[in-house]
Write a protein that binds this ligand. Sequence first.
Ligand SMILES: Cc1cc2nc3c(=O)[nH]c(=O)nc-3n(C[C@H](O)[C@H](O)[C@H](O)COP(=O)(O)OP(=O)(O)OC[C@H]3O[C@@H](n4cnc5c(N)ncnc54)[C@H](O)[C@@H]3O)c2cc1C
Ligand code: SF4
Ligand code: SF4
Ligand code: SF4
Length: 314
Amino acid sequence: YGKYPDVITSMQFERMSNASGPTGGKIIRPSDGKEPKNVVFIKCVGSRDPEKGKTYCSRACCMYTAKHAHQVIDKIPDSKAFVFYMDVRTPGKAYDEFYEMAAGEGAVYVRGRVSKIYPRGDKLVVKGEDTLVGMPVEIEADLVVLATAMVPSEANDELAKKLSISMDKDGWFQEAHPKLRPVETFTAGVYLAGACQGPKDIPDTVSQASAAAVKVCSLFSKTEMATDPQVAAVDNAICSGCGLCVPVCPFKAIELVPIQERVQGQMQERLVASVNEGLCQGCGNCNSACRSSAINVKGFTDQQILMEVDALCL
Ligand SMILES: Cc1cc2nc3c(=O)[nH]c(=O)nc-3n(C[C@H](O)[C@H](O)[C@H](O)COP(=O)(O)OP(=O)(O)OC[C@H]3O[C@@H](n4cnc5c(N)ncnc54)[C@H](O)[C@@H]3O)c2cc1C
Ligand code: SF4
Ligand code: SF4
Ligand code: SF4
């Protein structure tokens, strides 16, 4: 890719085959504008490859490659579509039928990896191996389309810091629980929808977005919010207002607020830490940062924990 103009990504193919795209829906070779007759699709490019650092499946490319192969056969008379694949994953309603339709129309699925692509005249030679028959394969292609890995946005890191949400090892935003809280983050009030949370297709994106929208609606439909009782609380009498606990809170739940108190008959103002219980997730970071034990997670004060240890050890 980048070396030969007729090796393009699926995203470029998608734009080209779209009626509102740059070619008005006409599939052409970028090098000379001619209609390609032999189109080779290569799946799992960069996905499921620990050497490239991406062990995950990009989930949408098996189906959109079947769609692209169908579009080639449908739009270009006497054309051929070849698909190099590792697996064909069709885990959705009517997905397998769609793949069978593309294959039935004439899309040739070759199970194997491509080892080399090089030019021959105005064609590109795609060399690989059909691992089902154990034979080398060589196809002269007019256009090669790479189904590249879906990757998280480079801006995710900055956005995660701003919203105090976590990212997983691949850089996608982390859901609170993959099965039980798939649209929630660990930060109250921040929900996830779509490909920011992981690779997915449109039906999955719409389902997740609908669930996230319902969560937001139910949040705003109440005048009061029920939170987990295990949140941090500040003892104003002990808090010195040093502010050490503020930056250690990963959920930005602590701020310093002024309080008025009477000292030797005079009203005086000073700063103390204040916890927003709607944001606090009870992680206990502030507890460990506070030198005077002025902030504790309810039910987990130092004294309560020591008494529990005593009870267990005695
Ligand atoms: C080539 C290709 C073909 C596909 N074909 C199909 C198909 O036929 N059927 C199907 O079901 N799925 C298909 N998919 C998958 C489909 O594109 C995704 O499932 C879908 O786009 C996910 O929607 P989304 O809204 O989560 O993300 P996106 O569609 O990526 O939308 C996210 C939007 O957020 C914007 N954005 C990102 N960061 C910021 C920021 N910091 N501030 C403001 N805006 C920001 C982006 O610019 C973008 O507009 C295809 C994917 C590819 C790559
Ligand atoms: S969806 Fe298909 S093509 Fe895409 S990474 Fe997964 S197995 Fe490979
Ligand atoms: S709670 Fe502790 S760390 Fe936070 S401002 Fe008060 S004294 Fe400082
Ligand atoms: S326990 Fe303390 S550090 Fe953790 S979320 Fe609550 S206020 Fe923030």
